[in-house]
Design a protein around this ligand. Structure first.
Ligand SMILES: *Cc1c(COP(=O)(O)O)cnc(C)c1O
Length: 421
């Protein structure tokens, strides 16, 4: 038995997987074109921004698209355009990137945390029902990891209570639910083009909607509250959250590549899911594909680890051992959103108000989650099965050596030396 790479043994893999984000000469040409044009900013007619908005709208089959500085700004603009004010409650999932909730807080609103469905890790519609109060003004569905939330049930709840559904599509560009794109299903959809997302310009975002009136407010809010009429005067309080022409030009190129990459990632994820199904203790998220998820966005490929099948080692040991074997995996200790200090720690400088209906399942999921793909900053899922097979070898090696990991944990627990890392 060879030693784990964590303890000095030879790693399963030394060659890096494909990087993320990806680019080629096309981005370089697009950037040079913008540079030479001397039109580097502004979203004027004939601009890169306008062309990208049109392309994204066609791709999603949504008539109104506004590019914005980033996904968080997009959420703030969407909520403001919907009329969210200080004290208003917005239901959000207890497991998401914190920006879903902080976007609400930045407007003075109160995020109300609903629990997740333990199978898909997206917001649980039953918990949303419990979360709704007379102060609720909107519901945010997050398509976590690229897996669409249950938009059928959320749509019914929204209609029942007269509440708009905001889709946080930061991780789900390209995903479809019953054949329709995420972002086109709710009242308004928000995308992020940060470095790890499905298309990227380092930073960037977009807000999309079918509603023309809402679209006009969104376009105004990102541009100093400028009215879209002939005067161009400023009719309301707005931000400057525009996107630069360099970013829009890159995003146009990236969008062209998206479907090809999604096809490759779908193949990589299917191979890995099936190959790891023989390893006891690792379960894919979700356990069985939902037929209404007609395409997963594949921001990540998630598994839950049953520590008992791995000799009760901790999830952090498992992740660290995997990383040492040359497999990119998220190393960070994930926590549920209500447990983020900004919401949990009353002594924190910017402690924000929130309300939690339940986060027990979100907490449990965070403690078991093993995340591959862009979430780990890697283009691994784009690779051929012959390359991705190294992940299976690494997991099997850890399984064979779990005694080593357990012993190391036992020794750490009995040593009195404090350790920071
Ligand atoms: C990335 C992300 C955001 C924020 O997008 P930025 O562009 O980083 O501001 C919001 N929600 C989720 C689920 C995300 O993954």
């Amino acid at each position: 038995m060879t030693a784990l790479a964590l303890y000095g043994g030879p790693p399963i893999r030394t060659r890096p997987f494909q990087p993320w984000p990806q680019s080629d000469q096309t981005e370089l040409g697009a950037l040079a074109g913008v540079l030479a044009s001397r039109r580097w900013g502004g979203i004027h007619s004939g601009s890169q921004g306008e062309a990208f908005e049109r392309a994204l709208g066609e791709y999603l089959d949504v008539p109104h698209v506004a590019v914005v500085a980033n996904g968080t700004a997009g959420l703030m603009i969407a909520l403001r355009a919907l009329g969210i004010q200080a004290g208003d409650e917005v239901v959000v999932p207890a497991m998401t990137y914190v920006a879903t909730a902080t976007a609400v807080s930045m407007l003075g609103g109160v995020p109300v945390f609903a629990d997740i469905d333990p199978d898909t890790h997206t917001i649980d519609p039953s918990s949303v029902k419990v979360a709704i109060s007379e102060k609720t003004r909107a519901i945010i569905a997050v398509h976590l990891g690229g897996h669409p939330a249950d938009m059928d049930r959320l749509g019914l709840i929204g209609a029942d209570h007269g509440l708009p559904i905001v889709e946080d599509c930061a991780q789900s560009l390209g995903a479809t639910w019953s054949g329709a794109h995420t972002g086109s299903l709710g009242r308004v959809g928000v995308f992020s083009f940060a470095s790890t997302k499905n298309i990227s310009a380092g930073e960037g975002g977009a807000v999309v909607t079918h509603d023309g009136e809402l679209a006009a407010r969104i376009a105004s809010l990102r541009d100093h509250g400028r009215s879209l009429g002939v005067t161009g005067h400023h009719s309301e309080l707005g931000w400057n959250l525009r996107l630069s022409e360099f970013q829009s030009a890159i995003l146009r190129v990236q969008l062209e590549r998206l479907d090809r990459q999604l096809t490759a990632k779908t193949k990589g994820a299917a191979f890995l899911t099936s190959a790891l199904s023989s390893v006891p203790g690792l379960r894919p998220v979700p356990a069985d594909p939902n037929p209404r998820v007609t395409r997963h966005g594949r921001f990540s490929l998630a598994f839950t680890l049953d520590p008992e099948a791995f000799g009760n080692i901790s999830i952090s040991s498992f992740r660290a051992a995997l990383r040492a074997e040359g497999i990119p995996v998220v190393l960070r200790d994930l926590i549920a959103c209500p447990d983020e200090p900004v919401y949990a720690d009353a002594a924190s400088q910017d402690h924000a108000r929130s309300r939690t209906v339940s986060c027990a399942r979100a907490r449990a999921a965070c403690k078991k989650l093993v995340l591959f793909g862009q979430a780990a900053g890697s283009g691994m899922l784009l690779e051929d099965p012959s390359e991705v097979a190294d992940v299976v070898r690494a997991v099997e090696k850890i399984h064979d050596n779990m005694g080593q990991l357990r012993e190391a944990e036992r020794q750490r627990a009995t040593t009195c030396v404090p350790s920071d890392s």
